[in-house]
Design a protein around this ligand. Structure first.
Ligand code: HEC
Length: 137
């Protein structure tokens, strides 16, 4: 019985530690900060966009749909939407999209860094290199 309790406490602690690690970033930029820096100029800090120019991400069905479809827009760009594949890391993209999918009333599951990394492979978009070793000519 006591052993069980200890196991239980350890498991709870491990889970908390995992959450804390996922939330903390070396540069202190969370999803909101990354969104404000990279996306809000067009989609607005409110996520409501500008009608006729920049689509609203708030209350957007596509944004809350299949996570890899949403990430594809960031990795490949689309129309007036820039391609962020060389300026944002897989962790940045997963952090921003997890924020966007769960803010302003949106209620969709987060996206992991590993999913973004795998998606680059599928889309044949170069792995993130921090702009240092791009072999694009
Ligand atoms: C320079 C302006 C600009 C910036 C910066 C920008 N976007 Fe966009 N975004 C657009 C435009 C324009 C579209 C519509 C593209 C189209 O017509 O296909 C769009 C479309 C999208 C879509 C698809 C919406 C839909 O309903 O299909 C998503 C998701 C999205 N942007 C997310 C982001 C995120 C996240 C960022 C920040 C990393 C960002 N955008 C930064 C202009 C921008």
């Amino acid at each position: 019985m006591k052993q069980q309790l200890i196991k239980c406490a350890l498991l709870a602690f491990a889970a908390l530690a995992a959450v804390a690690t996922a939330a903390a970033r070396a540069d202190g930029m969370d999803g909101k900060a990354l969104f404000l820096k990279n996306c809000a100029a067009c989609h607005q800090p409110t996520g409501k966009g500008i009608p006729g120019a920049f689509p609203a991400l708030a209350g957007n069905k596509f944004v809350q749909g299949k996570s890899t479809d949403v990430a594809t827009v960031l990795l490949k760009g689309r129309g007036g939407m820039p391609d962020f594949s060389e300026s944002l890391s897989d962790q940045d993209i997963s952090t921003i999209l997890s924020f966007v999918r769960s803010s302003w009333g949106n209620q969709a599951a987060p996206l992991s860094e590993a999913e973004v990394m795998a998606l680059r492979d599928v889309l044949q978009v170069e792995p993130f290199s921090n702009g240092q070793m791009s072999n694009k000519h």
